[in-house]
Write a protein that binds this ligand. Sequence first.
Ligand SMILES: Nc1ncnc2c1ncn2[C@@H]1O[C@H](COP(=O)(O)OP(=O)(O)OP(=O)(O)O)[C@@H](O)[C@H]1O
Ligand SMILES: [Mg+2]
Length: 268
Amino acid sequence: MSASSPPLLRVQNLQVVYASVVRALRGITLEVPAQGVIALLGPNGAGKSTALRAISGLLDLHDGAITQGRIELSGHSLLTLTADSRVRAGVVQVMEGRRILDALSVEENLLAGGFGMGLQARKELVESAFTRFPLLRERRRQPAGYLSGGEQQLLAICRGLMRRPRVLLLDEPFLGLSPRAVGEVSELIRRISEEGVTVLLVEQNAKVALGLASHGYVLETGKLVLDGPAERLREDPDVQEFYLGFGREGQRGYHELKRYRRKRRWLS
Ligand SMILES: Nc1ncnc2c1ncn2[C@@H]1O[C@H](COP(=O)(O)OP(=O)(O)OP(=O)(O)O)[C@@H](O)[C@H]1O
Ligand SMILES: [Mg+2]
């Protein structure tokens, strides 16, 4: 990571347990610079969502706790802040599975994203989401549940933007989307990053994630096993074999996994 500017977000030696026993993160250290997209990759159960929850302050909801380590935003510890104060400090998470409110309208979903802000500010931000995506304006009064999967993901991200984040934490935004929708969502991520919002992108779709990111980290069973410039990771034979060859949909089960375990070099 570049030494020229201090990181916006710094996670040091972070350890997390669930229910006092499940060690989900075993000391991870990562840095998110003040600009661009950083990818956090890893298979099911690696601890990706846990890392995001620790950063956004949502571990309590899952009976999780940080047992060791530091999380800093611009050099200030986030650990003593509630989830809501972290949002106000600029750390906003968009959860896995596009948690939009199906029965509320598109507009109501956006307004709900600005909870706690003044009505005028919220209306302006809704307006900017509509300008970004005229489709959301056209369907503003329809239940959000009527949108396609890709449109729901765009809505979920726009709802996160309502809080004017400095860093947006995205948990598997491409999950279950068609290739076309993946293209639209990645275009949105690229644009918001160009507009100055830093993105920490958790994904299993390494191909798309490493296409957007400048730097990537690979997490496995609670530990970082690899990190480097996105370009270099794209060329890494292990990353290619395990992540670029097939994504979650294409995971071919135990035999490939066994072969991968035998062949992978990054733990040896
Ligand atoms: N609330 C919980 N209670 C107990 N264990 C949990 C809880 N949430 C997650 N875990 C465990 O912690 C580990 C990390 O889970 P996490 O959800 O962070 O992984 P992930 O990388 O996001 O996986 P996925 O790609 O499937 O979303 C897993 O072993 C999981 O079973
Ligand atoms: Mg997850």
